[in-house]
Write a protein that binds this ligand. Structure first.
Ligand SMILES: Nc1nc2c(ncn2[C@@H]2O[C@H](COP(=O)(O)OP(=O)(O)OP(=O)(O)O)[C@@H](O)[C@H]2O)c(=O)[nH]1
Ligand SMILES: [Mg+2]
Length: 192
């Protein structure tokens, strides 16, 4: 099982469509996906999770409940989850993270990254909406710092993508399958 998690409106569902070609509900406003939705991709179960954080027209208490449901889903399925793809909005994430930190709160993206790490679930971070990002390298370095990913591991963990324009979606697919097949990340020859 492969799960897609992340804040609302970051493009999880759009990325799943781009990656798998399977139709999932998408939308312009946060809070479109409300329950885990499963599609089949090359024999694997791909689960589109609701987003956490702000959802338009949804009361705060309900948002918290959805977040708890996401956490419970991940805990209940931890054995089966082979990979998590944490999707972030490359344009909005740095500012949101800094805002939360200034308030003395742990940014929810950081919280989820660490949570997945603690459960031992291999996690890729898809930095989405790169069509709107000026300096992708800097953005990724910033996020790596916040997530506690060492500089040398950045290429293994972070994948800049644009789900809307299909940019780098093939690279994400490749990285997912490398993990699924347990291959070393940097294979330089095809000897077995
Ligand atoms: N510019 C740009 N917009 C994108 C990209 N990917 C998704 N979007 C837009 O972002 C909005 C939200 O997309 P969704 O795929 O519904 O986002 P989601 O993360 O599934 O949202 P929830 O289900 O509400 O949590 C839509 O308007 C998409 O067209 C991208 O790569 N670039
Ligand atoms: Mg969605």
């Amino acid at each position: 099982m492969i799960i897609f998690v992340g804040r609302s409106n970051v493009g999880k569902s759009t990325l799943i469509l781009a990656l798998t070609g399977k139709w999932v509900k998408r939308g312009k406003r946060p809070g479109v996906t409300r329950k885990p939705v499963e599609v089949n991709w090359r024999g694997r179960r791909v689960v589109d999770m609701p987003g956490f954080g702000f959802m338009s027209g949804v009361p705060r208490a309900k948002q918290e409940k959805i977040k708890d449901e996401i956490v419970r889903f991940i805990e209940d399925n931890a054995e089966e989850i082979e990979i998590a793809v944490l999707v972030v909005d490359g344009k909005a994430a740095p500012e949101i993270i800094e805002r939360w930190e200034k308030r003395g709160e742990i940014p929810v993206d950081v919280e989820f990254f660490k949570f997945l790490e603690e459960l031992g679930i291999p996690t890729l971070v898809a930095v989405n909406k790169t069509d709107k990002v000026r300096n992708i390298g800097l953005t990724i370095e910033f996020l790596a710092g916040k997530f506690g990913v060492p500089y040398g591991s950045i290429p293994e963990v972070f994948v800049p993508v644009s789900a809307k324009f299909g940019r780098n979606v093939d690279l994400l697919a490749k990285k997912i399958w490398e993990i699924l097949e347990g291959k070393p990340h940097q294979r330089t020859s095809n000897t077995t």
